[in-house]
Design a protein around this ligand. Structure first.
Ligand code: SF4
Length: 133
């Protein structure tokens, strides 16, 4: 995630640097460093930030959109996927080890490369242009 995206999401969450630091469990100095591009934004921070944004975007009018329905996963594949196992059809992008392309990714970075080109991820985050990318 790029620093401008990080700043966009912080604004969308309506949090000060201090408030976001508390939410992410990092120092204010770290938030400042991410936003100034002095430090690379760690994957666990990106992951948590997207999670927080997803909860803000989520509202009662959001229809249930499970990834296995959208991507029409066959039963055999479905039963081995952690998104199914942990009942996370609308949070599949958050769960490591999903089998979207047949096998689990080796890292969050690899997983995000696929998710950011996936209709499930984009369908959800397109509700907020700041959340995608
Ligand atoms: S590629 Fe990512 S967003 Fe798409 S179904 Fe798999 S985990 Fe979900």
């Amino acid at each position: 995630m790029k620093s401008n995206k990080f700043k966009d999401i912080r604004a969308r969450l309506n949090k000060t640097q201090k408030e976001l630091a508390q939410l992410l469990g990092v120092s204010i100095k770290a938030i400042h460093s991410y936003e100034q591009e002095w430090r690379k934004i760690p994957h666990h921070v990106e992951r948590q930030l997207l999670f927080l944004l997803s909860r803000v975007i989520q509202d009662d009018s959001t229809p249930s959109e499970y990834c296995w329905d959208i991507r029409k996963c066959p039963d055999k594949k479905l039963k081995t996927c952690p998104a199914w196992e942990f009942k996370s059809g609308d949070l599949c992008w958050f769960i490591n080890g999903t089998k979207c392309s047949g096998k689990a990714h080796n890292s969050w970075e690899d997983k995000m490369k696929e998710c950011k080109n996936c209709e499930v991820f984009n369908r959800f985050f397109e509700k907020d242009s700041n959340g995608n990318g």
